[in-house]
Design a binder for this molecule. Structure first.
Ligand code: AMP
Length: 220
């Protein structure tokens, strides 16, 4: 099963991707996570991407396509994958189609997590991540027991630089201009499936589970 999880920043793509990974045993391919790892490791690619990511802009299609192409060729993607945060532009979507055609594969579903802007801003501004183990929290919806300390490892909780208010606004503008047009693209390809991304995480998981095990989703 080859999936794309689509939606604005803060729609819950990472959270729902984790559920899909566990339920369907396919790897999550998150370009945001891969780029953050490169920034942390201070690789040449990471050094190039850092300032762009902190401003809320998009890293060049060329750079992102390079890392996705390499990742999709790895053996754990043979049984399928869930793309999270990619593609984000029409050229990325076109190139993804070419990469997959070269591997004799195709996308089965594009799952769009629909969430309005007011909710997104509240979600992103409250998001925190453990600087040591990476576990995610939210100050309102999923707080840690002790403020600013990870329940699992005791690491310090941090706010992502690009979750700060001014950057969030830019990320949403970038999404509207460059990424939202992909909905039309995948709608026309007959691949777009809408999921209401508001409400309890478990309800959203259930909707996704139903969609993927339904008659048209039974591709595993
Ligand atoms: P995310 O964690 O998916 O919100 O991504 C964080 C940041 O990484 C984005 O704001 C972009 O700067 C960069 N990024 C992630 N995925 C892509 C992509 N597919 N194309 C361009 N930039 C990306």
């Amino acid at each position: 099963m080859n999936l794309i999880l689509f939606g604005p920043p803060g729609a819950g793509k990472g959270t729902q991707a984790q559920f899909i990974v566990e339920r369907f045993r396919i790897p999550q391919i998150s370009t945001g996570d891969m780029l953050r790892a490169a920034v942390k490791a201070q690789t040449p690619l990471g050094l190039k991407a850092k300032a762009i990511m902190e401003s809320g802009g998009l890293v060049s299609d060329e750079v992102v396509l390079g890392i996705v192409q390499e990742r999709l060729a790895q053996s754990d993607c043979e049984s399928g994958f869930v793309l999270d945060g990619f593609p984000r532009t029409i050229p990325q979507a076109l190139s993804l189609g070419d990469i997959l055609a070269g591997l004799d594969r195709a996308i089965d579903h594009v799952i769009s997590l629909d969430v309005d802007n007011a909710e997104i801003i509240q979600r992103l501004s409250g998001r925190r991540t453990c600087s040591a183990c990476g576990k995610g929290y939210h100050v309102l919806y999923d707080p840690s027991k002790n403020a600013d300390v990870c329940d699992v490892c005791g690491g310090a909780l941090m706010q992502r630089e690009d979750d700060k208010e001014a950057t969030v606004k830019n990320r949403l503008d970038v999404y509207d201009r460059q990424t939202a047009p992909l909905k039309e693209y995948y709608e026309q390809a007959g691949l777009l499936r809408h999921i209401n991304g508001c409400g309890p995480i478990r309800d959203i998981q259930q909707q996704i589970g139903e969609l993927l095990k339904g008659p048209s989703g039974d591709n595993s």
